[in-house]
Design a protein around this ligand. Structure first.
Ligand SMILES: Cn1cc(CCO)c2c3c(c(-c4ccccc4Cl)cc21)C(=O)NC3=O
Length: 290
């Protein structure tokens, strides 16, 4: 087009880092500030369509959620050339899904200490989202992004609002991303997320405990990081994963941690711990056992 779009004038596109039916995500550098951003460009949904609703809910959620260390940060969104564009924080460590694939390939699933760190960090992010009266509804490894905290203490004007989660030793920071399914926990318009991570009560349209559906999906997410085999989309295996039994794992986990994971997958959502309870859970708080 003769008129340079805002996307082209403000950003230099470095590489495509993801493609889906939604559109594509690019790693870009903003010409003005020289910083990296992840920018998703998707086809402008038809005005008044369900997809338009989804696109708007994503932007509303980011606007409401503001800044949190364990939620991917939102910078801007706009429409042009028949596309919707959202500019988010670029997480330099890829997605948790990518990390799981890499570790599996090397035959090194996450250790119990790493699994506890993952569960604790994502619980802190979920506590913030749930505390804002919202639910994510698409928690899964490909929607959790990794930032590598700089090893040296970065001098200079640190961002004051990023309160630390009190974990000085963590070199890896997990951030909840893709808010495309976020909705109100109390007056929800539920757009189901990935069926592999869907709690059975949501499949049966029981929306009375939506925050606990995020907890269920988080339980399956941690199990995958622990080395569980890929999750079924449907069928008998799908149902047996929702009867409260843990799938086979390639590693022995300590009984207290196994119990906690089992609780996350409880068929009865009221028996699953809340994000707030997980953040205080002794199993996750104790010093590293090894
Ligand atoms: C596929 N993919 C890869 C990455 C980079 C990981 O090193 C990524 C990011 C995002 C997103 C994203 C997800 C959903 C909506 C908007 C965006 Cl920008 C997708 C991403 C996002 O919001 N921030 C990212 O880093």
């Amino acid at each position: 087009a003769f008129m340079l779009s805002r996307y082209e004038s403000e950003f230099l596109e470095l590489e495509c880092i993801g493609v889906g039916e939604f559109g594509a995500v690019y790693k870009c550098v903003k010409r003005l500030d020289g910083c990296l951003y992840a920018i998703k460009r998707s086809r402008q949904p038809l005005a008044g369509s369900a997809n338009e609703q989804l696109a708007l809910k994503e932007v509303y959620a980011h606007a409401v959620l503001g800044h949190h260390p364990h939620v991917v940060r939102y910078y801007s969104a706009w429409a042009e050339d028949d596309h919707m564009i959202i500019q988010n924080e670029y997480c330099d460590g890829g997605s948790l899904n990518g990390a799981i694939v890499k570790r599996e390939a090397k035959g090194e699933p996450f250790t119990e200490a790493e699994l506890k760190d993952l569960l604790l960090q994502v619980s802190v992010g979920l506590k913030y989202i749930h505390g804002s009266g919202l639910v994510h509804l698409d928690i899964k490894p490909s929607n959790i992004f990794i930032c590598h905290r700089p090893s040296a203490i970065v001098m200079g004007e640190g961002e004051s609002e990023e309160e630390d989660d009190g974990n000085p030793s963590a070199r890896v920071i997990y951030k909840i991303g893709d808010l495309g399914h976020v909705t109100s926990a109390t007056s929800p318009q539920v757009e189901e997320g990935d069926s592999r991570f869907l709690a059975s009560e949501v499949l049966h349209e029981d929306y009375s405990n939506l925050p606990k559906a995020d907890i269920f999906a988080l339980g399956l997410t941690v199990l995958l990081a622990a080395g569980a085999s890929p999750l079924p989309l449907n069928g008998d295996q799908w149902h047996s994963l929702r009867e409260g039994r843990l799938p086979k794992l390639p590693q022995e986990l300590s009984p207290p941690f196994r119990c906690l994971l089992q609780l996350l997958l409880e068929p009865d959502p009221t028996k699953r711990p809340s994000a707030r309870e997980l953040c205080k859970h002794t199993v996750l708080r104790e010093k590293r056992t090894e």
